[in-house]
Design a protein around this ligand. Structure first.
Ligand code: GLA
Length: 740
């Protein structure tokens, strides 16, 4: 890994054997982009790739010159990275290269989540300073390259070095100019209970984007996009990823201009955003992660998975085996008391479950969703001995104890709202829109964050709590804070999320042993920003096994299995009414952080035996499920056979678990194979199946010894034939591979 600078050609070259990133100071003094892609040789100039002799837009208006941090108003009509309003009302800038420095490692980003380094020599950061002497504005662009990852981490800081305020209207985290438009755009889009479905479309002239203006990254779109070639598959072809380490309003946008080049940018959504920079002040963008793969989407995903798992997630739980959880929500909803909860916990413990989570309804007068958010005091009618007594009893059963909270919310019907009606977001003299009967607290106000830290610290300190599910069930409306002056209301949405990060930072620091899981009505804030504080997230409120295939597949494009909480729930499924076999539900949930969301007492003896076997199986392969290399094999979004398949391989490739899902049964399916990836071609693997095939009616039991080369090149012979068709819909087969 090096960051080269040539004073002669005024070129930077960041490279590490996996990727190269080349940028150049142009003849005009502006900062131009040259190249991002596979690693190039060091010690050479790549300036000939263009643009040549660019002295400015004089007589060249509209030419698609590649820039590192484009500005509007000066002849570049494409989407800008930076827009400002200066004291005279103008927005014209001339960003000249002023200097640069190379920093060992990666400086932290105060107040914002970010990737980090742990050991010396792991990464280097280039900081390039650009400046406009008339505006007295400085832009510091940072580029971090890791020794052994195909990623470049980018961010921007905008500083006011003058004497008059400057208003920033747009300050992207990254802008990347690509020399052609032969790309397809992949986004992860959907809605509540169907989050992060893969959307793939050709780029067309003009702009195409995904964004959020909800105050959270949202169920609808994820702050991750990829550009791929038409021929790119999981295992071959080019892919460029752009991920934003941010949980608030975002924009990720591609523009194809008439000459057929592409600009890709991502950052805080400029719509509704403005930030006033007083003299001497600086604004820092969230950071963004650019990744490059010439080996298909799989390699791109591996880059994000390992970075997010190893150098974004933090704290004691980052590398620890995550417990198998039982959550009472779908078992009881709000209708519970201590004996009922203990019955669930005790039954679950007998099946091997490790931690019991008490979901919504334990506080205030909350017997339904109309009251008490904000009143974080235990409801002693339901839990006479409080959280402490329940927690001790749960612990005595041999389980860890966790609780649900929704810190950012307040019910109109609550003591908190009665005391502090102005703490709820809204415009005075206008009505506030409710959703799920709740309002959102104004996290831009330090007194609100202080209050929440105080009351939640008291709760978390009052009982033996080792896990917290931090929910966030609605988006922001009527964005406005009585705590901000009129000129700063455009800062509201960003300040909101900074307040959320502040609270997360303080609570995770004060309670370092607690495992935090984030949730936002399922996957409504599943992004790298929150993952920096909470290493796992409730992937979706949809626990149906078939729906989860798509949700987990899409999520896995950017996020590791260790971040995806996945539970087995009861049937008929509460979200879609579908009835799937218990083992299929488990076979999907295995590929995440596993748990249950049902009442074990309501299961039959046979089902309880199955659950015990599932938990035992998961624990045995937990490390491979949570920390293995997850590889997608057959997409539930494509293909003609109504199937899906994926696998996860241990880091040393000595063991792997493969799952094949036959969604609808097919008549007369014939023999089929599944080509695997990531195995050691020289190893011989013992292949066995789960659940035991004998149990399902007389197929020939495995194990079988097969070479890694055969499994990769020819494929794994799938169980099946006529028998599997007779078994019915929604079937899963899990194969375990162990090198002999
Ligand atoms: C959200 C969550 C659920 C559950 C409920 C409780 O919908 O996603 O898992 O915690 O809130 O109200």
């Amino acid at each position: 890994m090096t960051i080269e600078w040539s004073a002669e050609t005024r070129e930077f070259h960041l490279r590490n054997g996996l990727v190269s990133y080349v940028a150049r100071v142009l003849e005009s003094g502006w900062f131009g982009h040259v190249y991002f892609g596979s690693s190039l040789a060091g010690g050479k100039s790549y300036g000939h790739l263009g643009p040549n002799d660019f002295t400015g837009y004089a007589n060249r208006l509209g030419e698609p010159v590649p820039f590192e941090y484009p500005i509007g108003g000066g002849g570049d009509y494409r989407i800008p990275a930076l827009t400002v309003e200066l004291a005279d009302g103008s927005g014209v800038l001339d960003l000249q290269y002023k200097g640069h420095r190379v920093i060992d490692g990666k400086p932290p980003l105060a107040g914002l989540p970010s990737t980090y380094v742990e050991v010396a020599g792991e990464a280097e950061t280039l900081e390039v300073t650009l400046g406009d002497d008339v505006a007295q504005l400085e832009v510091r662009l940072t580029y971090t390259i890791f020794r052994d990852r195909p990623v470049i981490i980018r961010g921007a800081r905008i500083a006011n070095a003058g004497k008059a305020p400057i208003v920033v209207g747009c300050a992207m985290s990254s802008s990347l100019d690509l020399p052609d438009d032969e790309w397809q755009l992949i986004t992860l889009s959907g809605e509540w209970t169907r989050e992060r479905h893969v959307e793939r479309r050709d780029l067309r002239p003009g702009r195409q984007s995904v964004s959020s203006n909800r105050g959270a990254s949202g169920h609808q779109h994820n702050p991750f996009v990829a550009l791929v070639r038409a021929e790119t598959t999981e295992s071959s072809g080019e892919a460029i990823g752009l991920s934003l380490v941010y949980s608030g309003n975002f924009l990720a946008e591609a523009e194809v201009e008439p000459f057929g080049t592409t600009r890709l940018r991502a950052g805080i959504n400029p719509e509704g955003f403005s930030w006033t920079l007083d003299p001497g002040a600086e604004f820092a963008s969230p950071e963004s992660v650019l990744a490059y793969s010439s080996g298909g989407l799989d390699d791109l995903s591996q880059a994000y998975h390992s970075l997010f798992r190893e150098r974004l997630a933090r704290g004691a739980w980052r590398d620890k085996a995550r417990p198998v959880i039982i959550n009472n929500w779908e078992a009881t909803y709000f209708d519970f008391d201590e004996p009922k909860l203990l019955a669930i916990a005790s039954a679950a413990q007998k099946l091997g479950v490790e931690l019991f989570v008490l979901d919504d309804g334990w506080f205030g007068r909350r017997d339904d969703d109309t009251t008490s958010l904000g009143d974080w005091r235990v409801n002693t009618a339901k839990l006479p001995g409080g959280l402490e007594s329940l927690g001790r009893k749960v612990e005595a059963l041999g389980l860890g104890f966790g609780i649900w909270i929704e810190p950012e919310m307040v019910s109109r019907n609550s003591d908190l709202f009665a005391e502090h009606p102005d703490w709820a977001i809204g415009v005075p003299a206008r009505s506030r829109t409710e959703y799920r009967n709740q309002l959102v607290l104004d996290m831009t106000r330090p007194e609100v964050v202080d209050h929440l830290f105080g009351v939640l610290s008291a709760v978390l300190g009052s009982a033996p709590i080792s896990y917290v599910k931090w929910d966030m069930n609605r988006n922001i409306t009527e964005p406005f804070s009585v705590g901000l002056p009129a000129a700063r209301q455009g800062e509201f949405m960003h300040r909101y999320i900074l307040g959320v990060y502040d609270l997360y930072e303080r609570l995770t620091t004060a309670f370092p042993r607690i495992l935090f899981e984030s949730c936002a009505a399922g996957g409504g804030r599943f992004d790298p920003g929150i993952l920096a504080y909470a290493p796992q997230a409730w992937t979706s409120d949809d626990t149906d096994a078939v729906e989860r295939l798509k949700i987990q597949w899409g999520t896995s494009l950017a996020y590791p299995t260790s971040s995806m909480s996945a539970h087995v729930s009861a049937v008929p499924n509460h979200q879609v009414g579908r009835i799937t076999p218990l083992d299929t539900r488990a076979a999907v949930a295995f590929f995440g952080v596993f748990g249950y969301e049902l009442d074990p007492a309501a299961l039959s003896d046979e089902e309880r035996t199955q659950v015990a076997q599932q938990v035992e199986f998961y624990k045995k392969w937990r490390d491979v499920f949570q920390r293995g290399r997850f590889r997608r094999l057959r997409s539930p979004f494509e293909g003609r056979r109504d199937e899906a398949a994926w696998m996860t391989v241990s880091a040393d490739a000595r063991s792997a678990v493969v799952a094949h899902y036959q969604i609808l049964s097919r008549p007369n399916p014939g023999p089929r194979r599944l080509r695997l990836r990531g195995l050691d071609p020289a190893a011989t693997y013992r292949v066995s199946t789960w659940p035991s095939v004998v149990q399902e009616g007389g197929l020939q039991p495995r194990p079988l010894d097969v070479g890694g080369d055969v499994l990769i090149a020819a494929g794994l012979v799938l169980e099946g034939g006529r028998k599997s068709a007779e078994a019915g819909d929604f079937r899963a087969r899990v194969y375990v591979l162990e090198a002999t």
